[in-house]
Design a protein around this ligand. Structure first.
Ligand code: FES
Ligand code: FES
Length: 159
């Protein structure tokens, strides 16, 4: 008998025993959980609009955190892991405030993905010099802001 697909979603244990092997995390979040903060842009892993953070315990017992594109993250691969979406930040995290107050968001479609990439950097203590932040958001595309305010938000959030 196989184990039921179980993982943590924003701190809540969820089960998906009926998940198809090809069901994506993005579809699960948006259509089965109503978590529409995670956006669908390209649906093929190129734009970062669907960025979430996955936490997992590595074989050496260490906590590992990584960003993931929910549109190409298959749900069954999350068994025993934790997923944090933009809703899990609660709306008033320093990264979110820095993005809003520093005009790092215009149309807003890319914003949840950028917030999650910046939050990953915040949580892991990644450097906030421009080159390092550029690396952290390398998988996220924005058509509106020109990136300057988004880069600035990373350091503003730590101030
Ligand atoms: Fe573009 Fe997922 S929707 S990377
Ligand atoms: Fe419009 Fe980034 S704010 S795509």
């Amino acid at each position: 008998m196989s184990a039921t697909l179980t993982f943590l979603l924003n701190g809540e244990e969820v089960e998906a025993p009926d998940a198809a092997p090809t069901e994506t995390l993005l579809d699960f979040l948006r259509y089965r959980r109503g978590l529409t903060g995670t956006k669908e842009g390209c649906a093929e892993g190129d734009c970062g609009a669907c960025t979430v953070v996955v936490r997992e315990i590595a074989p050496d017992g260490a906590l590992r955190r990584r960003t993931a594109n929910a549109c190409i993250q298959l749900l069954p691969m999350l068994h025993g892991r934790e997923v944090v979406t933009v809703e899990g930040l609660g709306g008033d995290h320093p990264v979110q405030r820095a993005m809003a107050e520093g005009h790092g968001s215009q149309c807003g479609f890319c914003t949840p993905g950028f917030v999650m990439s910046l939050w990953h950097g915040y949580e892991t203590g990644a450097p906030v010099d421009p080159a390092s932040v550029a690396d952290q958001i390398a998988g996220n595309l924005c058509r509106c802001t020109g990136y300057g305010p988004i880069l600035a938000a990373a350091s503003t959030a730590r101030a």
